[in-house]
Design a protein around this ligand. Sequence first.
Ligand SMILES: [Zn+2]
Ligand SMILES: [Zn+2]
Length: 397
Amino acid sequence: MTETALTAAPAATDALAVRACVLREPGRPPEVESVWLDAPGPGEVLVRVAAAGVCHSDVHLADGALGEGRWPAVLGHEGAGVVTALGEGVTGVDEGDHVVFCLVASCGVCEACRSGRRTLCAPAGAEGVAGNLRTGARRLRAGDGSPLQHGFTIACFAEHTVVSAASIIPIPRDIPLWQAALLGCGVITGFGAVTHAAGVRVGERVAVIGCGGVGLQVIAAARLAGAATIVAVDRRAEKLEHALRRGATHAVDASGHDAVGEIHRLTGGGADHAFEVVGAAPTIRLAWDALRPGGTAVVVGLAPRGVEVSLPAIEFLSEKSIVGSYYGTGDPVAALPGLIELVHAGRLELADMVSHLIDLEGVPDAMDRLRRGEGDRSVIVIDRSLAGATAAEGDRP
Ligand SMILES: [Zn+2]
Ligand SMILES: [Zn+2]
């Protein structure tokens, strides 16, 4: 990978030069560049990034599937690090605190936030799509001084990042940061879909369609919620094997002849809850078809813009429903302490979700693995000692 030379002096004297993975345009692999990062402004923090997970949403952004105009940008939203400087007026966090990034920098005062639905915060969503911090500011510039967007308001595929103080959640220091990185997107998303969006109860029957990084978290959450039957559905045999190790009770090959019939047979008439964790029309329809009367399909997968789904409307007679779930539904900041308790108690495994430890230059390959549906999470180890990564970089056993 080539690194762009820093050809212009930074405008602000306290700007940091950092290595970052930059998306220039869709269809072109992101490359590592030296970029300028300005000091945090009011309500913002500077974070030294230890590790970051490569999530399918990064691939969608990089492929242009989330809309035009979202580049050039520093990628990355699932990650963990250490706070190294506070902007004016920041309270509740100190330099040296370990933190995970929170995808929704909720404002706390809009109607959605005040009703406890922080993932639907309108100001946070608008600035996120615009590639800004929640304050509307940008602190990133390319080496030549031209502006860069903060991908998903986090931009953590970088040695340091400046984020809104609402984009970080402090965590205890005893969780290695290369594992904690997963908490901020995949774990919150999967567990929230089960506990908040679906409300899975003891003894219920669940189907999980798509057993990648988030799908495996859905399975782990369904097991902890006491689901009696958890049917894992995927096209890849190795993903189904991993799903069975994570607590799925049955596995169905989605490329088989009659996946719907098989799910109905295994659940004794259909699932109470079917989770779609792919983001595609055929699998959303599969989740619907997998339900028993009165069941609910929860769409967790992020579908590219323009995807439409068709459902047989007669089946609303059987009181089936379909709902969306974004980033765990509800309040991610409130959800995290409980998830950390599960990690401490040994009931939520993070390390076994990681199939590859990579460096910043490995992002394009990690994205290709996601496009092909291979492997679990790839985690970028940006600072080895800070991340607490003991395994060698490269493929994990
Ligand atoms: Zn994500
Ligand atoms: Zn809000």
